[in-house]
Design a binder for this molecule. Structure first.
Ligand code: NAP
Length: 481
C-alpha cells in the first residue's frame, strides 16, 4: 500500500506563547501526533517562547506533561519521547522588550523553513510581527501563523491585515481556522466535487434548505470577560460557521489550489444577503439565579448573546430561494457540529404511504462521531404492502479505507504540516476575513440596537424563538441529541 504520509522538509517552528493553553493543548500534541505518524522530520526544531524565566529542561518537562494528557506515554518507548523532546528549546522573551532576541536568532538555522506561530493574545500580534522583522529573523522562506480572534470588526481586521502585510507577504501569512483542518470538512469537498451524484442536485432546485449547527455543552469557562465583549455571533459565526457555509455553498474551483478555492469562498461571502432583524434570534442561558450567563460573564446587565440563530440567503443563481439557517450556542443540550442538507420532497409519489415523501437528508457531521449520513427512503422489509421507511445510509469509511491502520490526523496536525509545506488552501486569506467581518458587522449592529436576548434553559436546544424562526417557514431544526 502506498504511504499516506507526504514528508515535509525540516523546519524551525518558533512558538510565541509556548507555555500557554493553545500551545500545550493543541500545538505540541499535534507535533507529537505527526512524529508517531512518521511525518515529523527528526531534525525539526521547536523554539518555545514566553516571558516566564524557565530552563529548556523545565520547558521540555512541561511539554511532556501536556503530551501525557493526550497520549498514553507509558505505552511508548522513552527513547521516542526523549528524541522528540530534544527538538524543543526555550527562550524567555517579552514581546514588549528587546532583551534575548539575539538568543532566538542564534537558535534559528539559516537553511531551514521558519514558521513563527503567534499563540498569544492578539494585542501582541503587532509587537511580535514588528520585532520578528526588526530583529532580522524573517527570511523569504518564513511563514507567520495567527489564529482567531482576527479582529473584532471589519476595521480592526483590516488594520491587522495591514499590519501583518507590513512585514510578511500575503503568501507567508497563515490564518488558522481549525475547522478547515477537520477530516470531514475536507470530505465535504471530496464528496461534492469528485462524485457525479451530488453536484447536479446541489442547488435550490433540489435542496429545500441547509442547517448549520455548532452547539457546545460548555459555558464560557473562565473566558467570561472576553466573551462579554464578543458573543456567539463573533466568536463562532464569523469564523467556523462562515467557513462551513462557504464550503457548502461555493462553486467548484477549476483546481484544488489555494487561491482558486479561496476565490470561490470569497464569492460566497460577497453573495450573502443582508439579514433582517426578523431573521435574527439571540439568547442567553439560564439555569437558576446563581448559575447563569450573567454570573459567568460577571455582568448582570449584559445584552451579549450566548446563542444566536440566523436565516441567511445566498444571493446567486445556485442558491436563490434556498435559505441557510445557522445556529450556535453555549450550554446547549449536547456538543454537535454538523451541516444538514435537507432536500425537497419528491414532486409526485406513486405510493400511498406518506412516508414515501420523507425528505432525503445529507448530514455532514464534524462531531461527535464525524462522518456523513444520507437519509434515504426504502421499502420497509417484509410483507404488508409497499410500506416505506427512512433509513440512514451511513458512510463510515473506516472499514473500506482501513482507517484503523492510520490514525486520522487531528486538525492541528494537518494544518501545522500544511504551514511547513507552504500550502494555504485550508487557511483564510485576508480579504475573506475582512469580507466576513463586513457581513457580521451589519448583523452585530442590528443585535445591539434592536435585540434583548431571550432566555433559554441551560442544556436545552436554545430559545423558543429560535424554533419559531423555522416554524414560520414550515421547517424544523434537527434535534440536538
Ligand atoms: P494563554 O493560555 O493565556 O497563553 C498566553 C501565552 O502568551 C503564555 O505562554 C504567556 O506566557 C505568553 N505571553 C503573555 N504575554 C507575553 C508577552 N508580553 N511576551 C511573550 N509572551 C507572552 O492563551 P491561549 O489560550 O494559549 O491563547 C493564545 C492565543 O490563541 C489567543 O489569541 C487565543 O485567542 C487564541 N486561541 C486559543 C485557543 C485555545 O484553545 N486556547 C483556541 C483558539 C484561539 P508568559 O505569561 O510566561 O509570558
Amino acid at each position: 500500500m502506498v504511504s499516506r504520509i507526504i514528508q515535509v522538509p525540516s523546519f524551525d517552528l518558533v512558538v510565541f506563547g509556548a507555555t500557554g493553553d493553545l500551545a500545550q493543548r493543541k500545538i505540541f500534541p499535534a507535533l507529537y501526533g505527526r512524529l508517531l505518524a512518521g511525518q515529523m522530520p527528526s531534525n525539526a526544531k521547536v523554539i518555545g517562547i514566553a516571558r516566564q524565566d524557565i530552563s529548556t529542561n523545565k520547558f521540555r518537562m512541561l511539554v511532556r506533561k501536556s503530551l501525557d494528557v493526550y497520549f498514553q506515554l507509558s505505552s511508548v518507548s522513552d527513547k521516542l519521547i526523549n528524541s522528540f523532546l530534544q527538538c524543543f528549546v526555550y527562550v524567555s522573551v517579552d514581546a514588549n522588550s528587546d532583551k534575548n532576541w539575539d538568543l532566538v536568532r542564534s537558535e534559528l538555522r539559516p537553511d531551514k523553513i521558519r514558521a513563527f506561530y503567534l499563540s498569544v493574545a492578539p494585542e501582541l500580534f503587532d509587537k511580535l510581527a514588528a520585532k520578528i522583522f526588526a530583529k532580522g529573523l524573517s527570511t523569504e522562506n518564513s511563514r507567520i501563523v495567527v489564529e482567531k480572534p482576527l479582529g473584532s470588526n471589519e476595521k480592526s481586521a483590516k488594520a491587522l491585515n495591514g499590519m501583518l502585510r507590513n512585514y510578511f507577504k500575503e503568501g507567508q501569512i497563515y490564518r488558522i481556522d481549525h475547522y478547515l483542518g477537520k477530516e470531514t470538512v475536507q470530505n465535504l469537498m471530496a464528496l461534492r466535487f469528485s462524485n457525479v451524484l451530488f453536484e447536479p442536485l446541489w442547488n435550490s432546485k433540489f435542496i429545500d434548505h441547509v442547517q448549520i449547527t455548532v452547539s457546545e455543552k460548555i459555558g464560557v469557562q473562565g473566558r467570561g470577560a472576553y466573551y462579554n465583549k464578543t458573543g456567539a455571533l463573533k466568536d463562532m459565526v464569523q469564523n467556523h460557521i462562515m467557513q462551513l457555509l462557504c464550503l457548502t455553498a461555493m462553486e467548484p474551483p477549476s483546481q484544488f489550489v489555494s487561491d482558486l478555492v479561496r476565490d470561490e469562498k470569497l464569492k460566497v461571502i460577497k453573495s450573502l444577503g443582508t439579514v433582517s432583524e426578523l431573521d435574527i434570534v439571540t439568547g442567553q442561558y439560564w439555569e437558576n439565579s446563581s448559575e447563569n450567563f450573567f454570573r459567568d460573564v460577571g455582568d448582570q446587565n449584559t445584552k451579549v448573546e450566548s446563542y444566536v440563530a440566523l436565516k441567511v440567503s445566498v444571493n446567486n443563481l445556485r442558491w436563490s430561494g434556498t435559505p441557510f439557517y445557522l445556529r450556535t450556542g453555549k450550554k446547549m443540550r449536547d456538543q454537535v457540529s454538523e451541516i444538514a442538507i435537507i432536500f425537497k420532497e419528491i414532486s409526485h409519489s406513486i405510493f400511498d404511504d406518506q412516508k414515501a415523501k420523507a425528505r432525503n437528508k445529507l448530514i455532514i457531521r464534524l462531531q461527535p462521531n464525524d462522518g456523513i449520513t444520507l437519509k434515504t427512503n426504502i421499502k420497509d422489509p417484509g410483507l404488508g404492502g409497499m410500506r416505506i421507511t427512512s433509513v440512514p445510509l451511513d458512510m463510515t469509511f473506516a472499514e473500506a479505507l482501513d482507517i484503523n491502520r492510520y490514525k486520522v490526523a487531528n486538525a492541528y496536525e494537518r494544518l501545522i504540516m500544511d504551514v511547513i509545506r507552504g500550502d494555504q488552501t485550508l487557511f483564510m486569506r485576508g480579504d475573506e476575513v475582512e469580507e466576513a467581518w463586513k457581513w457580521i458587522d451589519n448583523i452585530s449592529r442590528q443585535i445591539s440596537s434592536n435585540q434583548i436576548p431571550d432566555r433559554y434553559a441551560s442544556y436545552s436546544s436554545g430559545p423558543e424563538s429560535s424554533d419559531l424562526l423555522l416554524d414560520r417557514d414550515g421547517r424544523k431544526w434537527r434535534s440536538i441529541k
